[in-house]
Design a protein around this ligand. Structure first.
Ligand code: SF4
Length: 348
């Protein structure tokens, strides 16, 4: 398989991505952790700002929880930010702030799993390694027509084929190969849509030649069911006390841990297993609505306003500790921020 076309296409279209300029191992670690579960478009808007706040492992290791959450704002899945800080602490304490070059030592660092380790070696160090996530798994299964169910088994097979040089035997740059395959998975070779006519590898792609790329990777029936999206209707309550809006902090172990939110309840949900917020059967007249989305949920948010006494009467079981929103409060959850902004516009 000739890779020139693929690499040239990737370089031409995506070398502008901020984490691809002035590559460092630290930048690779930060970008790869941000890119797990967050789109390139969103990471693009946050990566450089994060690096200005925490330019190296030493600064990140010293960050307070508050500073970290503020710098991570907008990226979601805050557990990743804490994980990143833990990795920085270990590298500073045990490795003098250097990244070990040996993949087995890298893998021994808490928070660095097989994907991140391969990304650091393949992309950060430009050594022979493939950062196989769901994107690469899909692209490679299609390119080489690998008929194994997606997941650990398929990933193992891809790593085995790659280590034995049965796939990609001659590679000019492992960094460029990883990046280009990621680009392909994000653009032309998506899970539910393959734009093969535009793909730089279409002449070499076995699935395309056979005419059935969307059949791969094989998916278990169980996973097909899991992928179904859910509709949620939430009510977000703006409790007003002396013209100030009340918020409470999410506790350790709760969804959005450490962030401040307005009290939020589930009005309707197509997901019976949803536990993130309590349900309510009260009826409300909403001031306004707005839509958000997270993981498999499409969310309709309804905003209601009430004073503290009304709130206590309706929700006597609510245990959050209040604090008022004063001026610019930066550690509010994204949906709460939207709710408050919308409410203020409505009132002005
Ligand atoms: S030709 Fe189609 S199936 Fe093959 S890698 Fe390209 S986009 Fe994916």
């Amino acid at each position: 398989m000739k890779l020139d076309k693929l690499l040239n296409w990737s370089e031409k279209e995506f070398s502008f991505l901020p984490w691809r300029k002035n590559r460092t191992l630290y930048g690779t670690l930060v970008s790869e952790i941000m890119l797990q579960q967050t789109t390139v478009g969103t990471v693009k808007n946050h990566f450089e700002r994060f690096l200005v706040t925490f330019p190296d492992l030493f600064q990140l290791a010293k960050a307070t929880e508050e500073e970290l959450l503020i710098a991570w704002k907008g990226l979601g899945y805050y557990r990743r930010a804490r994980n990143l800080k833990k990795i920085a602490e270990t590298l500073v304490q045990d490795h003098k702030g250097e990244f070990p070059k040996d993949p087995s030592i890298l893998m021994g660092i808490p928070g660095i799993g097989p994907y991140t380790s391969n990304a650091l070696v393949g992309i950060g160090m430009d050594q022979r390694a493939l950062a196989v996530d769901a994107n690469l798994e899909r692209v490679i299964a299609r390119l080489f027509n690998i008929k194994i169910e997606k997941g650990i088994k398929l990933q193992k097979e891809i790593h085995a084929l790659f280590s034995s040089k049965k796939i990609f035997p001659r590679v000019e740059s492992y960094r460029k190969l990883n990046e280009a395959l990621m680009d392909l998975g994000r653009t032309y070779c998506q899970a539910r849509k393959a734009s093969c006519e535009l793909c730089p590898l279409k002449k070499d792609c076995t699935s395309f030649q056979k005419g059935d790329p969307l059949l791969l990777p094989l998916i278990k029936d169980f996973d097909k069911k899991k992928a179904i999206d859910h509709e949620l209707t939430l009510v977000r309550v703006l409790v007003i006390k002396k013209d100030k809006i009340l918020v409470y902090q999410k506790k350790k172990g709760e969804w959005l841990e450490g962030q401040y939110e307005v009290p939020t309840f589930v009005l309707e949900s197509t997901d019976n297993s949803l536990k993130q917020y309590p349900h309510t059967h009260h009826e409300f007249e909403g001031l306004m609505t707005f839509k958000t989305g997270i993981t498999k949920y499409s969310i309709k948010n309804t905003i209601v306003e009430m004073n503290e006494t009304q709130f206590k009467r309706l929700f006597p079981e609510f245990k959050g500790e209040w604090r008022t929103v004063e001026g610019k409060t930066s550690n509010l959850s994204t949906a709460t921020l939207k709710a408050i902004d919308g409410y203020k516009k409505l009132k002005s």
